[in-house]
Unconditional design. Structure first.
Length: 127
């Protein structure tokens, strides 16, 4: 192909991809501002964050009630498990906000050195 060819296949492919993305966005409503929280990709919505906290607290509460009934330790189990549920909920909210809710094994860009101590490249002392 010559450099001045106006029918460059990559340009045509780029135009087709852009048109397909526009059609998909129109069909799904993506890209339009919405009144619901969590419309942004990758950012958790307010509803999800609140739900994470409430569900964890309720789960801790129910576990505490069950623990108290099983072992007869009213209200110690309820208080301890409720506090643990709130702590777990806060941890889940923090993970969601920081973007740590990814699948296992996925790392963010720049995390190539994860798990290294820095001593791997140093020569070993031989006795």
């Amino acid at each position: 192909m010559s450099g001045g060819d106006s029918r460059d296949p990559l340009d045509a492919l780029g135009r087709r991809l852009e048109a397909a993305q526009r059609r998909r966005d129109e069909e799904t409503g993506a890209g339009k501002p919405s009144g619901s929280a969590g419309g942004g990709r990758g950012a958790p919505g307010i509803g999800r964050v609140g739900l994470e906290l409430i569900v964890a607290a309720v789960a801790g509460l129910l576990l505490g009630v069950g623990f108290d009934r099983w072992f007869g330790t009213k209200p110690v189990g309820l208080l301890v498990f409720f506090a643990l549920g709130i702590a777990a909920g806060m941890l889940n909210v923090w993970r969601a906000v920081m973007g740590m809710g990814q699948a296992v094994g996925l790392r963010k860009k720049g995390d190539d050195q994860a798990g290294r101590t820095g001593n791997e490249d140093r020569p070993r002392d031989e006795d």
